[in-house]
Structure formats: C-alpha cells, structure tokens
Write a protein that binds this ligand. Structure first.
Ligand code: UDP
Length: 375
C-alpha cells in the first residue's frame, strides 16, 4: 500500500508494479500529482501550477531520463525578476543585478572585489540565512532582495533560519540569469499531472482518490510506503510539526500582465511574496487571456495544506521524537517531503523514491522506516 499519489508514491508504485507487485494507492485529494498538480484554467485555457510554480531542474541524468519517459519536456529556463524599491532587478543576484543596483558598469572581477568589500568577511562559517547573506552579498543586497522576502516567506527572522535555504540560490559574476545551476531543466509540455498519471498508468497499480488513509487498513498489506506527514501517522499526539502554507489570490488579465512567469516582491511591506503569470511557463502556447496568482505565505493550521517544512530547532526536536517512534514501527517506510519533513525539490524526491523502491526489491520486501535519514 502506498499513501499519497504525489511524486514519491507514484514513482515507488511504478517501480514495484513493474516487478509484478500489486500496488494500492490511497490519495485523500481528488487528484494525483500532489503539489506539482497542474490543470488548465477553464477561463483562459492556460496551464496553471495550482499549488505554486514548479520548474523541473536536475543534475541527475537518470532522473531526467526517467521523467522524459513519461512526458515530453520542453526547454525552459527559469528567469525570475524581483521588484524592490522603485525598480525591477534580475535574479538570482548576477552581474546585471549588481551593476543595476549600484548604478555601475563593473566587469566580473571588479564586481567580485566590490561585493567582497561589502561582505562581512569576519563571518567564516555562516550558520544562519542572515550570516550567509551578509557574508556573500553584503547588507545592501540582503536588505533589498532577501530580508523582507524571507520574513514574509518563513514568518520569522532570517537569523533564525539555516544558511542552507539561501544556498539554494546561486550568486553569479556574469550575466547568466538562469535561476538554477543544474544541467537539465525543462517544463512538461502538457503539465505535471499528465506525467504523474502516466507513471501511475500500470495494470498492477490501483489508485483510490478522495480516500483518507486509516492506519487500521494496513493489517492485510505486506508493506506501507507513507508519503503523508510523519506526525499525522501518529495522530499528531506529540504536537504538530510546523509548516508554512500558501494562499493564492487568482486574478486574470487580457494580454501580458507582468512580462515574466515569476515576479518576486522583496519588501516586507508588500504583503505577498511573488506573483506568478502561468502562461509564461508555456511560451510555446499562445493565449490572449492570462491568469495570475498572488502568493501569500502563512503558518499552516490543522486544516491547511502543508508546503514548506520549517525545521527550526524546536521542530527538529519534535521531529527527532517522531523519527525515533517511526523507527520502532514495523512494515512502514516514510517517504517524500511530508514523510521525512524536508524541503525537497522534485528531482530529489524522484531520486529518493527510485532508490527506496530498489532497496525494497533488493531486500526482498524488507524495509526500514526511512530509506533516506530525515535528520
Ligand atoms: N529568497 C529571497 N528572495 C527572493 C527569492 C528567494 O529571500 O527573491 C529566499 C527565501 O528565503 C526563499 C529561499 O530564498 O525561501 C529559497 O528560494 P527559492 O526560490 O528556492 O524558493 P521556492 O521557489 O522553493 O519557494
């Protein structure tokens, strides 16, 4: 049995089904594909990333080949812009951003020396988001692009967040404005839902939508792969692990509203973090109408959809307790973003799911609580 028909559940299910196992997947939502679910907007015909922007990027050739087996990927480079103060800048921070921000015409080595002079070089081993920013971009760019955005996104001070969150973003001393540094990058021509549907399209896989998982159902199955929230497995009895959830405010426009797919808003006084204009994710399509989502981040309550695991000291301590208990459980493996309470990109999710299924097959159906350690 697999709980959840997102990327983890679908990929594990497919691997096991191909080896002749019967796979039963229960999914509480009315659709597959989890948070990478895409759907055509009925009003405009635009393919919408219903749970926020998802851009596929990876260095893992096997994962790239895997997704390409299930759908056609079109070349797509994520080029994000940010509004801060009275200007629009290019992200990730690159030579254009630096020159525009400081009104200069620096060449790469000059810009590097210039930013190094702004940076706080007394920080030798940055631990927090703020330290990482002050060490590598200095206070001006930090204030304009990262501080306000991060406060809105995470609901706390960047001093309380780990440096790893900022390390997701490159800093470039050239004019390359590709948001990611991975070798393979693309967008599925017909959306992510089609890819996940095709992964699940196997005679040994049965998917039950709109079905809440009940732990008492697991007595007659050989093994459970659980991609729901780890604390949910235990009925949240030690308390809930903290997540950020998102609210999307939809609006439409006739024509091109912002000229790019994602516009971030760096300042704390603008209540939303970014605006996504979905039709720019499919530049090969033509649409007169446009649909946009203003994205607001807030603390995730019991009835909300969990998006980003917070993973600060307090949450990690609680996670430790749930992980210890999970390790004492037999016949269940916790997988994916919610099952392991980690900020996972799609490619890593697929990599881990493939590895997890392979390990299960190698071990003859025996599997520990975690294939990848969550702490
Ligand atoms: N971030 C920021 N300003 C930006 C974009 C990102 O401060 O304009 C920070 C923010 O804390 C965010 C993190 O960098 O959570 C990672 O950004 P990414 O774009 O990878 O976030 P995602 O698209 O996964 O929400």
């Amino acid at each position: 049995m697999i709980v959840g028909a997102g990327l983890s559940g679908a990929v594990i299910g497919r691997r096991l089904a191909e080896q002749g196992m019967t796979v039963h997947i229960v999914e509480q939502r009315s659709h597959v594909a989890g948070n990478c679910y895409t759907q055509r907007d009925p009003e405009t015909g635009v393919m919408v990333h219903v749970y926020g922007p998802h851009i596929f990027h990876t260095d893992d050739a096997e994962v790239w080949n895997y997704v390409n087996k299930f759908g056609n990927f079109r070349p797509y480079l994520n080029r994000v812009k940010i509004t801060s103060g009275d200007a629009v800048y290019s992200l990730p921070v690159n030579l254009h951003t630096i020159n525009q921000f400081y009104g200069k015409t620096m060449r790469p080595t000059e810009a590097k020396a210039f930013l190094e002079a702004q940076a706080d070089t007394s920080i030798t081993n940055p631990q927090t988001f703020e330290e990482q920013a002050l060490r590598f971009v200095g206070p001006d760019l930090y204030e304009a692009f990262f501080k306000g955005y991060t406060q809105k996104q995470w609901g706390c001070s960047p001093q309380a967040l780990p440096a790893s969150i900022l390390k997701r973003l490159p800093i470039r001393f050239n004019y390359d404005d590709n948001y990611f540094f991975h070798k393979f990058q693309g967008m599925p021509e017909n959306g992510y839902t089609e890819i996940v549907e095709r992964i699940l399209d196997h005679e040994n896989i049965h998917v039950e939508l709109n079905t809440c998982f009940d732990r008492t159902d697991v007595n007659d199955v050989d093994h459970v792969f659980y991609s729901g929230p780890i604390d949910g497995w235990f009925g949240y009895d030690l308390g809930r692990l903290g997540y950020r959830t998102l609210d999307f405010e939809r609006f439409t426009h006739n024509g091109d509203w912002q000229g790019c797919a994602v516009m971030n808003y760096g300042e704390a006084h603008v209540p939303f973090t970014r605006i996504t204009e979905h039709k720019h994710f499919a530049p090969w399509e033509e649409h007169e109408g446009s649909v946009l989502y203003r994205e607001y981040s807030r603390a995730c309550g019991p009835g909300d959809i969990p998006y980003y695991p917070i993973r600060q000291v307090e949450e990690r301590a609680l996670l430790r307790e749930y992980v210890d208990r999970a390790q004492a459980e037999a016949g269940v493996t916790f997988v994916g973003r919610l099952g392991t309470y980690r900020y996972l990109d799609m490619d890593v999710t697929i990599r881990e799911a493939l590895d997890c299924a392979d390990k299960f097959l190698r071990n003859g159906g025996e599997m520990p609580a975690f294939s990848a350690p969550p702490l």
